[in-house]
Design a protein around this ligand. Structure first.
Ligand SMILES: NC(=O)c1ccc[n+]([C@@H]2O[C@H](COP(=O)([O-])OP(=O)(O)OC[C@H]3O[C@@H](n4cnc5c(N)ncnc54)[C@H](OP(=O)(O)O)[C@@H]3O)[C@@H](O)[C@H]2O)c1
Length: 516
């Protein structure tokens, strides 16, 4: 990782430097490049975290000159960068190292001419054959680009030049089920060795997600109680207040289970549940995450029926704004059965977690926007305090991934007064209060790690496939209509069936925010 990490770390990129390289962005005229990638490269340059010889080559279909592309990227930085407007001195220095290469992805000549151009760039900027390819395109294009890179000799590590590393960043989704993920991985691995492949889930670039490891393994008080003896259950929520926002065509082929649960929520789950790794390096951490996935048994149809909820938002309003039903969204079938909400209960069958339910939920058009993880500890014995009702409330440790990044611990406390009245109180830690508002964007961290060659925050092939194996079993049960598609009102927390899922176990979902 690119922070100063000490300890049993195979590599500490706090001491690694970003070598000069060429970042080739496939899909450079697209939305992600303008919103995230160029602003990230600009901010890394501004903070002197990249070599002054880092070069960017945009690759896309539309004809454009280098100068036009630079101007568009300048506008993008001014619009989307976390630090704006652009510092003109930093920008001008970077802009002289930005180029545009026009070609359809399907055209082999385009890659041969790219190879020649990259050699010229190596001569001019001293990038020494180092390439970071960023596939910022629709997943349908991944295979064709990878194949052409291989055919043009752009994928191999140059055997005569050990410094000339080649890496590829692949955007999600990585397949749409286990079969397609395997096919894509096989295709990628024909050109790139797994050590060259960096699958991105931008959630892992978020500071709070990285802090999960620090919280767990740099503090002595949590690890002894982080197991089935002390934990009652765990909840993971990722809520979005928006709907599909013009992405109905894509969403129809995905749904919330594939679009959110398979990647973001499963990543949070593995970080919460994994064993301490033997070192803080990519393989050691990912080995432990994979072990978690392997310990989650596949659902039978009956378990899927009992333990999962699928919902779809209907017409209504959210935050005072009218909301059309999902089925009335653009490029969505009026009979669509795609879920915009999913809730799942699962068990991790290992020594640490056996019998502890993990409840995951994610949805669109939710009441609040935010992601958080909460660990609900067993309650204290109720023998001393006369607590009417359900007894003493549980202690809950909540990690807010976003917004208001921070950690809170809910406790029972005595309300001041002449009688003993026990109430909930929160100990709260907010990142911005403790450390100020500096928070690099996830893409900054991830791009820098890929350039440095640290794969810790990227998803390995067996992680992707392990996660799909779990999701596929649920999808199969849903396809067989074992679980009804439940409508829910925009601005709610999903269908009532999701509340019943927990109520059945004598539990309830947390309100987002982790505080009182
Ligand atoms: N947008 C986001 O904020 C975001 C966030 C997370 C993940 N992602 C993922 O990032 C990827 C890219 O998303 P995006 O929103 O940037 O997509 P986009 O706006 O649709 O851009 C697609 C890009 O691909 C190029 N392209 C498409 N077909 C081509 C072809 N046959 N030959 C050459 N170029 C071609 C387009 O070039 P022309 O326009 O020149 O044809 C354009 O540059 C997707 O996998 C998406 O799921 C996006």
């Amino acid at each position: 990782m690119s922070e100063q990490l000490t300890g049993n770390s195979g590599k500490s990129s706090g001491t690694s430097t970003a070598q000069p390289c060429v970042i080739v962005i496939f899909g450079a005229t697209g939305d992600l490049t303008a919103r995230k990638l160029l602003p990230a490269i600009y901010n890394l340059s501004r903070e002197n975290l990249l070599s002054k010889s880092t070069v960017v080559v945009g690759f896309a279909r539309r004809p454009k000159t280098d100068e036009q592309f630079r101007q568009e990227m300048h506008d993008a930085v001014n619009q989307f960068s976390r630090c704006k407007p652009a510092d003109e001195t930093v920008w001008n220095d970077l802009a002289g190292r930005i180029y545009y290469h026009q070609s359809p992805f399907e055209n082999a000549d385009g890659y041969r001419s790219l190879a020649r151009r990259l050699e010229q760039i190596d001569q001019k900027h001293g990038t020494q054959g180092r390439r970071l390819y960023y596939l910022s395109t629709s997943p349908a294009e991944f295979g064709v680009i990878i194949d052409h890179l291989g055919d043009a000799g752009l994928g191999n590590i140059d055997p005569f030049n050990a410094r000339a590393w080649r890496r590829v960043i692949v955007e999600k989704p990585f397949g749409s089920n286990l079969d397609t993920a395997r096919q894509l991985n096989n295709r990628i691995n024909r050109t790139f060795d797994e050590s060259q492949v960096f699958r991105i889930d931008h959630y892992l670039g978020k500071q709070t997600v990285q802090n999960l490891l620090v919280l767990r393994f740099a503090n002595g008080i949590f690890e002894p109680i982080w197991n089935r003896r002390y934990v009652d259950h765990v909840q993971i929520t990722v809520g979005e207040t928006l709907g599909v926002e013009g992405r109905g065509g894509y969403f129809e082929t995905a749904g919330t289970l594939r679009d959110m649960v398979q990647n973001h929520l499963m990543q949070l789950l593995t970080l919460i549940a994994m064993e301490p790794p033997v070192a803080l390096d990519g393989d050691a951490i990912r080995d432990e995450k994979v072990r978690v996935l392997k310990s989650i048994p596949s659902y039978s149809t009956q378990q899927a029926a009992q333990w999962t909820v699928r919902g779809q938002y209907s017409q209504g309003e959210n935050k005072g704004m009218p909301v059309k039903a999902y089925r009335d969204e653009e490029r969505v079938s009026p009979q669509s059965t795609t879920e915009t909400y999913a809730a799942v209960k699962l068990y991790i069958n290992n020594w640490r977690w056996q019998g502890v339910p993990f409840y995951l939920r994610s949805g669109k058009q939710m009441k609040l926007q935010g992601s958080e993880v909460s660990i609900h500890f067993n309650s204290a014995p109720g023998v001393l305090f006369n607590t009417p009702g359900s007894g003493l409330a549980r202690n809950v440790l909540t990690v807010r991934v976003q917004p208001n990044e921070g950690i809170s611990l809910l406790m029972n406390a005595k309300r001041p007064g002449t009688v003993t009245q026990i109430v909930r109180a929160a100990m709260d830690f907010e990142y911005h209060e403790a450390f100020g508002s500096y928070s690099p964007e996830a893409y900054e961290r991830l791009l820098l790690d890929a350039i440095i060659g640290d794969s810790t925050l990227f998803i390995r092939r067996d992680e992707v496939e392990g996660s799909w194996a779990i999701i596929d079993a649920i999808e199969e049960a849903w396809a067989a209509n074992a679980v009804e598609l439940a409508p829910y009102a925009p601005g709610s927390w999903g269908p009532p069936q999701a509340d019943e899922l927990l109520a059945h176990d004598g539990r309830a979902w947390d309100p987002l925010g982790g505080r009182l």
